[in-house]
Design a binder for this molecule. Structure first.
Ligand code: HEC
Length: 186
């Protein structure tokens, strides 16, 4: 330590270039050790003990909040093709509708909507129109003469909307089941 001298040149020389044998500056070493301590602390707190949010979790929760906002904006003007289509792209919303579908609809439309007494809801053919709002209208008003109840009066608008979202999410998934009925909707 004591025989250390500042700005002493090494013996070697490459291509006419020489170098000093100086110590690294303290500010530089401080940053080096600080980053090492930070990385260990970060690893332990966030990964090992699960305190705080990881980047990917932050990303997911921000995306979820943004989707909620988009959905709120799309639904501001009431139930539209856009609001139902958007909700049908969100797994949470689809799951809510699926639970209701399993309770009220599978007896006639089967477990995956492929049809039994009622038509196949996964093909591209629709008796009463294939727009999301058409589906919402049929679930609300039903076709009593054909055995499809008017669910709007039985379940109320909130549950009918959730069911519509689920049906929109399975449209065109083409599960093989009951033969197509109605018109082809592109
Ligand atoms: C008792 C049997 C039965 C139940 C239960 C039932 N449906 Fe239906 N559904 C039908 C029948 C039959 C039709 C076809 C009506 C027609 O041909 O006009 C139909 C038609 C539909 C259609 C229109 C299909 C098209 O091609 O236009 C949708 C959407 C639908 N049902 C959704 C549902 C939902 C959602 C539920 C649960 C809340 C449900 N259904 C419960 C029998 C049923």
């Amino acid at each position: 330590m004591s025989d250390y001298k500042h700005d002493v040149v090494f013996d070697h020389e490459y291509d006419g270039i020489q170098e000093f044998d100086n110590k690294l500056p303290n500010w530089w070493l401080f940053i080096l050790y600080a980053t090492i301590i930070f990385s260990v602390a970060y690893w332990l707190l966030l990964h090992t003990y699960g305190l705080g949010e990881l980047q990917i979790e932050k990303y997911d929760s921000e995306m979820a909040a943004a989707q909620e906002l988009m959905l709120a904006q799309a639904s501001a003007g009431g139930i539209t093709d856009e609001s139902l289509t958007l909700a049908a792209s969100l797994p949470d919303k689809v799951a809510e509708g699926q639970a209701l579908f399993n309770t009220y609809c599978v007896v006639c439309h089967s477990a995956r909507g492929e049809g039994l007494v009622g038509p196949n809801l996964t093909d591209a053919y629709w008796v009463h129109g294939g727009k999301p709002t058409d589906i919402h209208r049929i679930i609300t008003d039903g076709v009593p003469a054909k055995g499809m109840a008017a669910w709007g009066s039985q379940l109320g608008p909130t549950r009918v909307e959730k069911l519509s979202v689920y049906v929109v999410s399975i449209m065109n998934t083409n599960v093989s089941g009951k033969a197509p009925e109605g018109e082809l909707v592109e």
